[in-house]
Design a protein around this ligand. Sequence first.
Ligand SMILES: *Cc1c(COP(=O)(O)O)cnc(C)c1O
Length: 383
Amino acid sequence: MRDDFLIFGSPALEEDDIAEVVATLRSGWIGTGPRVARFEEMFREYVGARHAIAVNSCTAALHLSMVVSGVGPGDEVITTPMTFCATANAVLHTGAVPVFVDVDPVTGCIDPDRIASAVTERTKAILPVHYAGRPCEMDRIQALARRHSLLVIEDAAHAIEAAYHGRKIGTIGQLTCFSFYVTKNVVTAEGGMVTTDDAEMAAKIKMYALHGMSKDAWRRFSDEGYKHYEVTFPGFKYNMTDIQAALGIHQLARVDRNWKRRDEIWAQYDEGLAALPLERPAPSAPGTVHARHLYTVLIDTKATGKSRDRVLNELIRLNIGTGVHYTALHLHPYYRERFGFAEGAFPHAERIGDRTLSLPLSSKLTNDDVKDVIKALHRVCGA
Ligand SMILES: *Cc1c(COP(=O)(O)O)cnc(C)c1O
C-alpha cells in the first residue's frame, strides 16, 4: 500500500504559474485587466471561436448564456441528469425549467433519440454535457435544434480539448461554456469561459458579467483617462480577475501536453484493469477527440459482491482517492421534491450514478501512482 494519500483531481501547477501570479500581485493590477484579455485571446485562438469571454466560473458562464439567449420563466431547456448540478441550476436561475432526458447507457452523454420527444412549444434550448470529456453526438443535436428552431448551449466543463468531426468543441453550438475549477483540465482555482461566434451575444455576456455596465468599464481607473460608465442592464458580478487569468495563461499553453499525459494514463488504466469485473470507458467514436477529463469505471456489483460506495471506501483505506460523477441529478432532494422525480425516471443515468467511480487522472500522476491505483483496484475488485 502507498504511504501517502493520492488525492483525486489534484491540479498540475508549475513554477511559471506561480511566477505569473506573483508578477500579477507586484503589478498592482489584480482585478479584471490585461491578463484576462490575454487569456481570452489565447482561449479564443485555441478553440477557434470568434469570441471568448472569461468569467469567474462555468456556472456563471451557463447562467449568462441562458440570460443572453432570452431563456426565462415559462421556457424549457432540454438537458441530461448525468451532470453536475450547476448545469440544471443555471436554467432554474432564469426562472425556466430543465427538462431531463436519459443518457446513452454506454457513453453517459445525452441520447439524441430521446431529445425529439421531449421538445414542446415551450422548449428554447438544448443543453448537452460532454460527459467526462467525450463529445456528444453534435451532428444529430444540431439537426434537431435546426428542425425545431432551438438554441444549442453546450456545457463543456469537461471538454476543453475535445473535438467532433474536425471541429473543436466551442465552435459548434451558439454558446459553449468551459470550467477552470480546481479539478478541471485547465485550472484557475475558480473560472470559466464562454465561446461564441455571435458578436452581439458576446458583447452582452461581457457587459452582463460586470453589472451590465457599458463597455470596458474596467478601464475607468487606467491612465487612458477617467471613463464614466452607464448601466444598461441589471447585470451580475461574474468577472474573472487577473490573478485567475495568470494561472490560465500558462495552463492553457500546456493544455495539449497535459492532455497527452492523461491519454497515456488512460491507456495504462485500459490495460491494467482489463481483467477486472468493471466496465471501462468505451473507445472514442471515430472522428472525435475525447478530452480525457474523467476515467470512469462502472463497478460490477454482482461479480464483486460490493457496492460502489464500498469499493470507494476500501480504496480510501488503500490511500487512493476517487470521485463520483455523478449521482443522477433528478434524484437530489430539490429535484425530487419540485418535479416529483423518483427512481426509475431515467434508468440509464441511475445505473451509471449507482455504479460509477472516477479514478485519479491528473497529468501530475507518475507511472507508479497509476500502478498503485491499478493494484488497489485489483485488491478491492479482483477475485
Ligand atoms: C465543474 C462543472 C460545472 C461547474 O463549473 P464551475 O466552474 O465550478 O462553476 C458545470 N458543469 C459540469 C459538467 C461540471 O463538471
